[in-house]
Design a protein around this ligand. Structure first.
Ligand SMILES: O=C([C@H](O)CO)[C@H](O)[C@H](O)COP(=O)(O)O
Length: 219
């Protein structure tokens, strides 16, 4: 089995701290995400900086677009982002706009199902519109209320849509094997790496755990 890609989520407002964390964890991750707080604070410049420092990684701009999809996402693709996000709670016209502009640049649009009531309906429609990735996402505030993404991930995967599936929401060294075993395309890890005493070691541990699950599944 091809292992899921590992996405490092960077949610700090501090540009230097963001670049430092990206550098420390880069050897162990496939995708570097500029999280929504980071993108709102630092804008296009942080995308350009990460793009130029990590030519071999996918750069993810977590715009969480809610309106004017094509118009909002285009400058981020031009700046070097490979993937941008649009909210599943947005109008399908907005979602289509982000998909269209992603296709124009040979990039990818991710539909984030955070706070979406009928996830199956939105996921099916997003897939029909040509979304490249659909994301199950338990947000930071939802995590504080004790929620996890695991049941929603199973439900989305069981739809069998022809689209990549990403999962985010408080995943750490204790839960990443259980998540990897369900075979999502992308596993997002934020706080478990960025909040660790040694972010590089935490990222290394996670990559070893994900690799081990893939090897066991292929055996
Ligand atoms: O997308 C995120 C959040 O909504 C803030 O924008 C996080 O990057 C995502 O949840 C991953 O971080 P962890 O939950 O800390 O793993």
């Amino acid at each position: 089995m091809a292992r899921p890609l590992i996405q490092l989520a960077l949610d700090s407002l501090d540009k230097e701290q963001t670049l430092k964390l990206a550098k420390l964890a880069a050897p162990y991750v496939d995708i570097i995400e500029l999280g929504t707080p980071c993108i709102k604070y630092n804008g296009l410049e942080i995308v350009k900086a990460v793009r130029s420092q990590h030519r071999d990684k996918l750069v993810f701009a977590d715009l969480k677009t809610m309106d004017a999809g094509y118009y909002e996402a285009e400058p981020f693709f031009k700046a070097g982002a490979d993937i941008t996000t649009v909210l599943g709670t947005a109008d399908f016209g907005t979602i289509k706009g982000v998909i269209d502009v992603a296709n124009k640049y040979g990039k990818q649009a991710q539909v984030d199902l955070i706070n979406v009531e009928d996830k199956a309906h939105v996921a099916k429609e997003a897939a029909r519109l040509g979304a490249h990735i659909i994301g199950i996402h338990t947000g930071i505030d939802q995590q504080l209320a004790g929620k996890t993404p695991f049941a929603d991930l199973q439900a989305l995967l069981s739809l069998g849509l022809k689209v990549k599936v990403s999962v985010a929401g408080g995943i750490n060294q204790s839960t990443v094997e259980q998540v990897a075993a369900t075979k999502p395309s992308i596993i997002v890890i934020g706080g478990a790496i960025t909040g660790a005493k040694s972010p590089a070691e935490a990222a290394r541990q996670i990559s070893v755990l994900v690799e081990a699950v893939a090897i066991r599944a292929g055996a």
